[in-house]
Design a protein around this ligand. Structure first.
Ligand SMILES: Nc1nc2c(ncn2[C@@H]2O[C@H](COP(=O)(O)OP(=O)(O)OP(=O)(O)O)[C@@H](O)[C@H]2O)c(=O)[nH]1
Ligand SMILES: [Zn+2]
Length: 201
């Protein structure tokens, strides 16, 4: 165990502490044997802090607020947004994993729907956090279920993990596919229809 400790270990709420990230990145540079004051690195801690603020902005975003605006259009058939790109950060190594999400639902009996862009934004709210792919998948589907009360919902995510590509097992190109299905979309015929639309390239 290292003797270096940060003074306060209480997780911060309500946004990213930029100066604290800067101090930590400076420590990392020193710890790997670099000179954080050399020309090429002198602005790096501040840049990394801003980049982390962007990468983790989902921690302060609320899916309830995003999905708070709905409209009843009486549409009771499958709505599917396919191939939504996402970038997330693996919570084990803090390196990116990225790919595409496919989000579908059968609206509530009243036909309650949300704007299509909100489905893509929902993926970002959960992707822009320290994550694992399985949890990203279930968080998106469970938010749909909670806020749209659909008759069914499905989320399929295809991701490539840089922690598996650029280091460790070093298998670039390996894809991880996760799915989470709720309600009527668990029925085999409905699920097959959704999966064939998702996989149809
Ligand atoms: N289930 C799951 N595993 C993940 C995800 N992202 C990364 N991992 C895995 O998390 C595991 C962490 O394993 P550890 O043995 O604790 O860490 P490690 O020594 O760095 O492991 P290697 O990556 O095998 O070198 C690795 O097998 C990663 O592939 C994810 O989204 N879901
Ligand atoms: Zn990882």
């Amino acid at each position: 165990m290292s003797e270096f400790t940060l003074e306060d270990e209480t997780p911060r709420h309500g946004g990213v502490d930029l100066p604290r990230i800067e101090a930590a990145v400076r420590e990392i540079l020193l710890a790997v044997g670099e000179d954080p004051d050399r020309e090429g690195l002198k602005d790096t801690p501040a840049r990394v802090a801003r980049a982390y603020e962007e990468s983790f902005k989902g921690l302060t975003q609320d899916p309830a607020e995003l999905l708070g605006t709905t409209f009843d259009i009486g549409h009771e058939e499958l709505v599917l947004v396919r191939d939504v790109p996402f970038y997330s950060m693996c919570e084990h190594h803090l390196v990116p994993f990225y790919g595409h999400a496919h989000i579908g639902y059968i609206p509530s009996p009243e036909g309650k729907v949300t704007g299509l862009s909100k489905l893509a934004r929902l993926v970002d709210i959960f992707a822009k956090r320290p994550q694992i792919q399985e949890q990203l998948t279930t968080q998106v589907v469970d938010a749909l279920v909670e806020h749209l009360e659909p008759q069914g919902a499905i989320v399929v995510i295809e991701g490539e993990h840089l922690c598996m590509s650029m280091r460790g097992v070093s298998k670039p190109g390996a894809k991880t596919i996760t799915s989470a299905v709720r309600g009527q979309l668990r029925d085999s015929a409905t699920r097959s229809e959704a999966m064939s639309l998702i996989l149809h390239k």
